[in-house]
Design a protein around this ligand. Sequence first.
Ligand SMILES: Cc1cc2nc3c(=O)[nH]c(=O)nc-3n(C[C@H](O)[C@H](O)[C@H](O)COP(=O)(O)OP(=O)(O)OC[C@H]3O[C@@H](n4cnc5c(N)ncnc54)[C@H](O)[C@@H]3O)c2cc1C
Length: 440
Amino acid sequence: MTAPDYPALESELIALLGARGATSDMRQREKASVDGARMSPIIAEQLPLGIADLVAFPTTAEQIAQVVGLAAKHGVAITPRGKGTGNYGQAIPMPGGLVLDMSRARTVYEVTEDTITADAGAPMTVLEQAAKAAGKQLWMYPSTVHSSLGGFLGGGSGGTGSIAHGSNDNGFVVALDVVTPESGGQLVHVEGDEVLGYVHNYGTAGIIARATVRVEPAQDWRALYASFDDFYGSLSVLRELGKLTPAPRLVSADTPHISAQLPPDDAIPADRSSLRMIADPAIVTEASAIIEAAGGRIEEVHEGAGVSAALSVLSYNHPIEWLQKSEPGVYFHVEVSGDALIDRIDEVHAVYPGGLLHAEAAYTTPIGMLAGIYESPEAVYAGMDKLRALGVGVHNPHQWNVDFRLAQTLELAAQTDPRGLLNPGKLNPDYAGSTKGAIG
Ligand SMILES: Cc1cc2nc3c(=O)[nH]c(=O)nc-3n(C[C@H](O)[C@H](O)[C@H](O)COP(=O)(O)OP(=O)(O)OC[C@H]3O[C@@H](n4cnc5c(N)ncnc54)[C@H](O)[C@@H]3O)c2cc1C
């Protein structure tokens, strides 16, 4: 096989997108070839896993399709990229090729009674603002609030709003315009169950150029900050708070040690277990009573436009990121789920030296991130087996393989991408190592 003609592709991309629309500049290529993978010490040891030969910056869904058409014509690998916050290396262009940076394709088209439609690069914060201007809110968005719509659908799972709506494959996606190497530079519109073929598989079956997702009537959220003497107190109310009606948008709990690593805030006392909740005003009194009856203390209740985002950026993987920032090189984490996180917390903590859980109320059972002191890959994997034996669901965030509906993705990708040009290295038929992540 002959090597791809990158200079020819670059010229064609510049003719299509303009002089600033494509580049082979080394700094831009390097920037486009990293994501949040450094969160994993196991992946960090393997970096750099790949570097783009070219980067393209389309500004519309139609241009995204045309760029894919040109790259496919040249037989060039294509790795889609949103904001690059994915944390397993899944946005890294492993064999090089073209990185399709979506960040300039950010048009929001319309907000209807129950949907919003936007190009793939639109940040989730921008979508939420557009929804709010129409009296709506997104069903959900990830704690990486600036990440892109396409990246959240292609690589994420859920977050703020997931207590009520579950993960992003649970009715959130109404329609997609996708492009594949076989679609000849054209957008293909899919709706209904067909959209699932393109959700959470890292663009390996098709690249999302435009998406329509669910909104609902806006709520006037409150941020409720509480604390307990210890983590047992926070955990004792997490499930009950998650079941209140109307459902909270988020309920997060941290150990005193993790609470102390969060950004300084009087509402998060450093020596106590912090419990934070995005709550509808209708449940604030009931939630406060539950917390106080369990020995907790209400620290502050905030209202205003920014409260939902303010607590979101302290949820899911973020407390672990703060822990890693304050003690660099010490901690790794695994993504975990299930009632055992609460019912068997001492055993869960004991699985890894220095074990510390960050917990979230979720759709069915609690989910969380279990941090531990990093020793070796073998110790990480052995711990995962111990967690499973305790009845804990485990997702391995130290690998980049598609692990959600793998068989269906392989079948679809065989038709849409028979040459394997889409995000190569991520779709491995033999991978059966874990289940879809609660998080990313
Ligand atoms: C601190 C931290 C906290 C996080 N919290 C959450 C959380 O609360 N919930 C959650 O779900 N995730 C979370 N994540 C993971 C990640 O931030 C989310 O998945 C995020 O939504 C990804 O969006 P992005 O725009 O950064 O995508 P990227 O990182 O750029 O891409 C993610 C994946 O999707 C693919 N992709 C990008 N754009 C497209 C497209 N248009 N079509 C098809 N595939 C595409 C990429 O190739 C890559 O495989 C977290 C990560 C970190 C580091």
